[in-house]
Design a protein around this ligand. Sequence first.
Ligand code: UN1
Length: 500
Amino acid sequence: MDFDAKEILARNGIEHLAAQKGPLQVRTPIDGRVLANLDVATAQHTEMAIQNSVKAFKEWRTVPAPRRGELIRLLGEELRASKAALGELVSLETGKILQEGLGEVQEMIDICDFAVGLSRQLYGLTIASERPNHRMMETWHPMGPCLVVTAFNFPVAVWAWNAALALVCGNSVIWKPSEKTPLSAAAVQQIFERTCARFGTAPAALSQLVQGERERGEQLVRDSRVPLISATGSTRMGREIAKVASERFARTILELGGNNAGIVCPSADLSLVVRAVAFAAMGTAGQRCTTLRRLIVHSSVYDKVVSEVKKVYEQVRIGSPLDSASMIGPLIDKGAYSSMVKALSAAKEDGGRVFGGERVYAELPDAYYVKPAIVEMKKQTDIVCHETFAPILYVLKYDTVEEAIALNNDVPQGLSSSLFTTDMREMELFLSAAGSDCGIANVNIGPSGAEIGGAFGGEKETGGGRESGSDSWKAYMRRATNTINFGKDLPLAQGIEFGV
Ligand code: UN1
């Protein structure tokens, strides 16, 4: 576990942060060492941030959208130049392997490219009017300051999905990152500010960072000057945000918990299944919202699939995420480890057969590395229906595809799902109205690792929001319906006569 944390901070231009003596202690999950004690925003700083964001919005909303796109094009350039350094910092702060840290920065670059194109495509419809000499149309307008709340597991990409869209749509942004990953956020903020300096005419405080504990987030969520809240994190957090936001009718984009399944049908290509399961269930040490958590296997291939998957689980290299040989890094912290231990013991009580799950590198008292676990379950009990943010894969058996789809859907969350088959009837059923009830339904790939081009998010306790590609941008704008009379009469809709 040999690495030079100072040098990683320096490569990202944030070495000065290590000298702060604030209350927010940042540790790397790699070996638990303290990286920094950061200063945090006060209530007053946060109030200033809101005021400045309103000011920035008023200026930015009138800048032509393609010109706003130019800022994001430059941001993409800066991110390309910073990819190696930022990927490493993400790896240092979250414990995800370097490949995945780099992949996360690539997601930022990809959404910038997408948003640049989008900046020339914020289309509205022209609608046929029932009245003579009238025209109807929709126009899309910026909304105001957007609050972006991000989780530790994707500390930079989730900001980019939201900010790139929000900014080309003409909004200003306030970012409240996870308390567990403030350094990655600070590095990105610096990249953004560098981009603004190159752009030359961006308003001050166009995208700001508010670091600190949850009270700062609460303050921002309560404030009626912030019309849009896009939050990624636990269902518990989302529920609290939704309550406060709905009180003041703020718009929310919620991307919360997932409990994603993979169904393995008799005709599935098993070598592909094993590779897909390995990445989806063990990648990011099981700490993606899209992580594969339930494998639902047809009884005719059950023994073979389980034994092949176990083989891969035995071989997988666990270690420092900065070592290129590692495929699984540590869990984020002790709390994550305790949740995993608790979930495994609950699963055992429910009759589950546990394989793996032991702690490794226990000589590092403040780092939590675990062997990924497979738990064969007879039934989908309460613990299986619960999202535990750790590498636990529950395995269930099924006999009919309808039964498998019912199991897929019979959990409170609805983010992602996948089906492995070469039978087109099974595939189409899974993708149909009677199929998966999730926001993402894949065939012959796992549930994680989505591309930015599609809308990302899910139903039920996942919160219903959509971020990233497709037409998700519409959530960051307000729609105005316009009716224009270019005639000399005033016909009323619905044929109403009102003779004055
Ligand atoms: C998350 O875990 O919050 O689809 C996001 C994926 C990634 C994003 C995950 N593109 O796995």
